[in-house]
Design a protein around this ligand. Sequence first.
Ligand code: NAP
Length: 253
Amino acid sequence: MTHLNSKVAVVTGAARGIGAATAARLALDGATVAVIDLDETQTKETADAIVSAGGSAMAVACDVSDEAAVAEAAERIRAEAGSIDVLVNNAGVLRDNLLFKMSLSDWDTVMSVHLRGSFLWAREAQKTMVQNRWGKIVNLSSTSALGNRGQTNYSAAKAGLQGFTKAMALELGPFNVNVNAVAPGFIVTEMTRATAARTGVDFEEMQERGAANIPLRRVGRPEDIANVVSVLCSEDTSYVTGQVIYVAGGPKA
Ligand code: NAP
């Protein structure tokens, strides 16, 4: 597919996991992809892999919660690639704890990366989208938006992203900009591996137990999310906006 030929896509948190798979998929769809992440070396490795596979990519190290860094990164992308046409707000962190043990800093970190980061990137990205009367924004929510023990911070942020998505869809619809959210269930990445390690559960065992409770009887792969993001960035879904698509092997995981 080449539905994103001549388009420029920004994917945050794209050095690994769901973000890296999404960046690779959008490059396959024809986009020039700006791979955004904290670590410069890892970010460059992901961008290099896309280029080696025949795609077009640039590595941009940036903390999504830093206003000046986001403005500078967006300016660089606009200068070098011409515009920002697609934005995937994917960067994420976990700081799980029960409410009575959760520090303010763990609350703030989760809000900063997911909500503040998505806001800062969306505010930058909409500039050329509105100008060109064409844009696609996809925000990564989670089944945790429905509530998850030990994740008051993360659940609030992921539910917040759903509201953010719907409000933006109302504002940007008149400019032909589609804004949707994808809410994954259990996806095998470093994030879920770290949760297994933190809780002292063998990761393979965690996947087996997870799969048993999922209607499709398997846990998800980063590509399962990347594929849906790709469809949401295609003209086939150009009449879909303000929606939350659960990608969880069932109605919810
Ligand atoms: P991951 O493997 O941990 O990847 C997340 C990436 O985001 C990491 O490379 C991380 O960099 C980067 N990042 C963190 N803070 C950042 C910041 N301030 N600025 C720029 N980049 C930053 O996670 P994943 O599983 O692929 O998850 C991707 C998204 O999907 C997240 O929003 C997550 O909440 C959501 N999600 C995941 C699952 C799942 O089961 N995996 C389920 C539902 C939703 P560092 O490593 O340097 O921190």
